[in-house]
Design a protein around this ligand. Structure first.
Ligand code: FAD
Length: 526
């Protein structure tokens, strides 16, 4: 490394001080360190035409979560004698300008497997190599390096969780201490003509007059992440007995899972540190659950999807994606809008979609229900459309995990039992017979008696009147949306039958196509 010179740490994800190898490396032997975050207007600028507050790509909840995470990071850096430098513009251009302006000799940033960052990072690395800037780009977002696992498997990612586990084995760093604190950082030298700002507020970004009838309950930042982690792991029995998918998807006041996903998404929490904490809990208890259902198992699901996503060209679309079944989904905007805007007429589905819009987080099984409903369960809308809505609105929105799970739920990849469909009525009822979750997120139904809350259209008019909710006027009738995609369909039962039939046909056709493709491949080999 080049000692006595200036280094730049480029924060994107990895918004933390603990277990941050890029930051650690930058601070070693440097005279000055510039910690930088670049605000990309493309990602942050308000979109007045979006159906809910936010930019085109991100809902306001996630933007706010990110800004909170940056404020927290800035505070932590200040304690180390530094601060976070915020710049605006196209990130690769901004970073290249900084490298020149500050005469940087070392550029350090966390390796990122997403196509967006791969393209961005290539531009910056190309410049650095011509300018003689050393680049240090360690893998610290995931437990494993996807590249290693793909290599171990002969150049292809493992397509099943079990084979992934076999390939992965124990992480090499598992029993060695991670860097948990850096005691001080070299100072920031002159910033020259680069325009530096404080972390902006949402108002400064141009978000005004947005409705805010319920505050999203999760605050961004490393401090909050570590606090939340400590709370989760302090209950050793809970950690030891954690078994997914056994939790209650309708629990909202105290969710059944950790809600660490948004912190892992932005790297406010290191997945490796989380893993080590869990292993330490396991050492203290007599017995504990195992992957795939345990908490460690959940972290391994994350790595599983990261690895498949990295090793699969066109992972985020159906066409040209070799692991994705080709299915003739519809692209009906009216159906999509009814789902997105919580107007399907099925209270369980609509309540989940309201939680998505207001909180940006829902339980895993709740995500299952709405993703199944939109695609192979009822409406037969393309999974990419639902994926886009999740991608924008989730605070934990994650490219690899979101696309992977949408393919899973639509029976396009990984999981193929298309006859198993979530009922929009009976599934939620099992967990929450009184419908408290529905009453909370859909207050229009708050006075509907328990026996009708999951199927309010079956309530006699007198009951609807008393509950101050007339179905068809105050809350939609469900068959309106279902009959949109197929006019003869009038209920979940008929719609789901039709969906199964279509999936069956598509699967048969895929098999035929695959057969032909592999025969051609064989011919080419000969
Ligand atoms: P916990 O159960 O406490 O698990 C701990 C961590 O393990 C999570 O924070 C997450 O990082 C990881 N994890 C858990 N379940 C999964 C899973 N099935 N796949 C991969 N990693 C997992 N998760 C995201 O982080 N971002 C997304 O964009 C996302 N999109 C999804 C879309 C659909 C259609 C579905 C069905 C699931 C999606 N998930 C996504 C996966 C999962 O629902 C969430 O990770 C989980 O609910 C987050 O809550 P938690 O942190 O309390 O999870």
């Amino acid at each position: 490394s080049v000692s006595g010179s200036a280094s730049l740490v480029w924060f994107r994800k990895g918004l933390r001080i603990h277990d941050n190898p890029a930051l650690e490396y930058a601070s070693k032997g440097s005279k000055s360190v510039y910690p930088v975050f670049v605000i990309d207007p493309h990602y942050m600028e308000p979109d007045p035409n979006a159906f809910s507050p936010g930019s085109t790509l991100a809902g306001l909840n996630r933007i706010r979560f990110l800004l909170e995470s940056l404020v927290d990071l800035d505070l932590s850096l200040k304690k180390l004698g530094s601060r976070l430098l915020i710049l605006k513009g196209e990130p690769s251009e901004v970073v290249i300008r900084c490298l020149k302006e500050w005469d940087i000799k070392k550029l350090c940033f966390e390796y990122d497997t997403e196509p967006y960052y791969q393209a961005l990072d290539k531009k910056v690395k190309d410049y650095a190599s011509t300018a003689g800037v050393e680049v240090f780009s360690p893998v610290s977002h995931t437990l494993f390096n996807p590249v290693d696992i793909i290599q171990k498997n002969g150049g292809r990612p493992a397509m099943s969780y079990q084979s992934f586990l076999k390939l992965a084995g124990q992480p090499s760093w598992a029993s060695s201490p991670l860097s948990m604190s850096i005691s001080s950082l070299p100072p920031i030298a002159d910033v020259g003509s680069c325009e530096i700002t404080e972390v902006p507020t949402v108002e400064e970004l141009g978000y005004r007059d947005y409705e805010q009838d319920e505050l999203m309950p999760f605050r961004g930042g490393e401090s909050e992440a570590l606090k939340r982690l400590r709370e989760s792991i302090s209950n050793k029995e809970w950690v030891a007995n954690f078994e997914k998918p056994k939790g209650d998807p309708s629990a909202y006041a105290k969710p059944a899972t950790t809600v660490l996903s948004p912190y892992l998404k932005f790297g406010c929490l290191s997945s490796r540190y989380f893993y080590q904490c869990l292993i330490n809990v396991y050492k203290d208890v007599k017995k504990h659950t195992s992957p795939p259902v345990s908490l460690v198992g959940q972290l391994l699901w994350r790595d599983f999807f990261y690895t498949v996503a990295f090793g699969t060209p066109n992972f985020d679309r159906m066409k040209g994606n070799r692991i994705c079944k080709q299915i003739p989904w519809n692209n009906d905007d009216e159906l999509l809008a009814a789902w997105r805007e919580a107007r399907t007429g099925y209270p369980w589905i609509d309540a989940i979609m309201v939680q998505l819009r207001k909180w940006g987080w829902m339980h895993h099984l709740a995500r299952h229900c709405v993703a199944c409903f939109l695609t192979r369960g009822d409406l037969f809308v393309h999974w990419e459309k639902g994926r886009d809505v999740f991608e924008r609105l989730l605070i934990d929105s994650d490219w690899a995990i979101n696309n992977g799970n949408w393919m899973w739920l639509s029976c396009s990849s990984f999981f193929y039992q298309y006859n198993r469909i979530y009922s929009p009525v009976s599934f939620g009822k099992k967990y929450d017979p009184n419908g408290n979750y529905i009453r909370h997120f859909l207050p229009v139904l708050k006075d509907m008696p328990k026996q009708y809350i999951y199927e309010p259209w079956t309530a006699p008019l007198s009951v609807q009147t008393q509950a101050k909710c007339i179905i068809g006027r105050d809350y939609p009738k469900p068959w309106l949306v279902i009959s949109l995609w197929s006019p003869s369909m009038v209920s979940h039962d008929s719609a789901s039958k039709e969906c199964k039939r279509k999936l069956g046909e598509a699967y048969a056709l895929n098999q035929k196509l695959n057969g032909q493709v592999s025969e051609d491949d064989l011919k080419n080999l000969r």
